[in-house]
Design a protein around this ligand. Structure first.
Ligand code: CS2
Length: 470
């Protein structure tokens, strides 16, 4: 960092005249996404002064280390095609490392705490291949043992943290609370409820009755493209705003949050800050997961084989854009929203993906395919196979993922890395069968599908590296 930058004032509540709101929301898994999304909506609610968020990090304490000296304040940089706008967000009243069990249980015991929110990724739900809590997973097993021995024990998995929190809240007698998952997976409310209840049953079956009486499980669809922070963002804030922010967040102008569910202990007036409150999130969620996230995953695998690095580069390549359109043609057919809606959504996505000022790395999106492909690509493929069809869109996405697992394109980083890399050994045909056994066994046997994946993989390999800048 240059000498000028270090002499800039720090971003703190005192320097910026921003008192912290009382904590009423506890968030698990703070990262850039939440800071661009939920924290922004909360900041903009008319009753923001009553609704502070206490955020806990994922495994790495980095965000707490960066934000605690700034009293939870940070700069949101909105990257419009024509330039940046900067805004200090103050809704994080406290930021703790995941290991701070005492703080977490303290919030859960407090009657003021009304909501638990999560962004712990698909993998954080700790589900096995059958969709149930992976009781055999060593981290889950350790947490169950720990909570059986001591309900206040530190735990590492999200379902266990929530069970520990509920045990503390029951003991404190502080009553009703809502859980609002903000993770990118279908039916996140009922899904999260399932794993928490399964874990509770192992630890203390009497908690079920308390949860029935006191816990409301809301569901939400979340959307805002939010890349990781680099030095360029820290420098942009220093240059434009004249203060030193260790952890600003870059994001796109678009944002959407669709929420369904009851909040027995209250919630911010989020509908006033742009949240859509509905009875059923499903059609929104399916549209977003299949269209946006499905094409993201397709590009993350296929376009990195070709040699692209970012979403904007990939979508500017007519070949990749053609693959994305081809996928949208298939996915769009099965959505529960009208054709006009699909058309408008596609146009908006092209616009968002093309924003050259949002440097969204395909390698970041490529992570955790084992959790993403089954909810983004396989549902439409399954519907197509049931109808006796075999369209290119989903087949190409599957072929690109298989190639990725075999070492082509973006590097592999996956919560189930050992399983999926082992399943993808051998020829592409063997790898396709192997990987479908792990993520979609109901799709097998299907020789036609396997042959189509092999053909698409050959097409991709013929283009390998052709887009690399010399
Ligand atoms: C992306 C998402 O990394 C990924 O898997 O597809 O993070 C995507 O950017 C967000 O869901 C957008 O709302």
């Amino acid at each position: 960092m240059s000498p000028e930058t270090t002499t800039l004032p720090r971003l703190t509540r005192e320097n910026h005249g921003r008192p912290a709101a009382p904590v009423r929301i506890v968030h698990l898994g703070i990262g850039n996404f939440t800071r661009a999304h939920q924290a922004w909506y909360t900041e903009h609610a008319p009753d923001a002064a009553q609704w502070g968020i206490a955020a806990f990090t994922g495994r790495r304490p980095d965000t707490a280390e960066a934000l605690s000296p700034q009293d939870g304040l940070y700069t949101l940089i909105t990257r419009h095609a024509e330039g940046d706008t900067f805004e200090v967000i103050g809704s994080l009243s406290a930021v703790h490392p995941a290991s701070d069990t005492a703080a977490f249980l303290g919030y859960l015991r407090a009657p003021e705490t009304a909501i638990i929110t999560t962004t712990v990724t698909e993998a954080g739900y700790m589900r096995g291949a059958d969709g149930h809590l992976a009781l055999g997973d060593p981290a889950v097993a350790r947490d169950v043992e720990a909570l059986r021995a001591d309900p206040e024990a530190p735990t590492t998995t999200t379902p266990a943290k929530v069970v520990g929190g509920f045990l503390a809240r029951r003991a404190a007698g502080t009553g009703a609370i809502a859980v609002l998952p903000c993770d990118n997976l279908p039916d996140n409310g009922p899904t999260f409820r399932g794993v928490v209840e399964e874990l509770a049953a192992e630890v203390d079956p009497t908690l079920q009755e308390w949860m029935e009486a006191n816990v409301s499980w809301a569901t939400s669809m979340v959307d805002r493209i939010t890349p990781a922070t680099t030095d360029a963002e820290r420098e942009a804030v220093a240059a434009a705003e004249g203060y030193d922010d260790a952890s600003p967040v870059p994001t796109e102008p678009f944002s959407e949050w669709v929420v369904a569910g009851e909040f027995p202990a209250g919630r911010p007036a989020w509908e006033e800050s742009g949240v859509t409150v509905v009875d059923d999130v499903h059609p929104f969620e399916q549209r977003k997961l299949w269209m946006l996230n499905g094409s993201h995953s397709l590009m993350a695998y296929a376009a990195t084989v070709v040699g692209h690095e970012t979403v904007a580069d990939a979508i500017a390549d007519p070949t990749v854009r053609g693959w994305v359109e081809e996928w949208w043609d298939v996915a769009g057919e099965h959505l529960q929203v009208g054709a006009e809606d699909v058309k408008a959504y596609r146009a908006a996505l092209l616009d968002r993906f093309s924003n050259p000022r949002v440097r969204h790395l395909l390698a970041q999106i490529a992570a955790d395919g084992s959790q993403k492909i089954p909810v983004r690509i396989l549902p439409a493929l399954r519907l197509e196979r049931e109808a006796g069809r075999l369209p290119d869109g989903p087949v190409r996405a599957l072929a690109a993922w298989v190639l990725h697992l075999q070492g082509h394109g973006a590097p592999v980083k996956d919560a189930r890395e050992a399983d999926v890399v082992a399943a993808a050994q051998g020829t592409v045909a063997e790898a396709t069968t192997g990987i479908l056994k792990v993520v979609g066994p109901d799709l097998l046997p299907d020789d036609e599908l396997v042959a189509a994946v092999v053909a698409k993989a050959d097409e991709l390999l013929a283009l390998e590296g052709t887009a690399k800048k010399s």
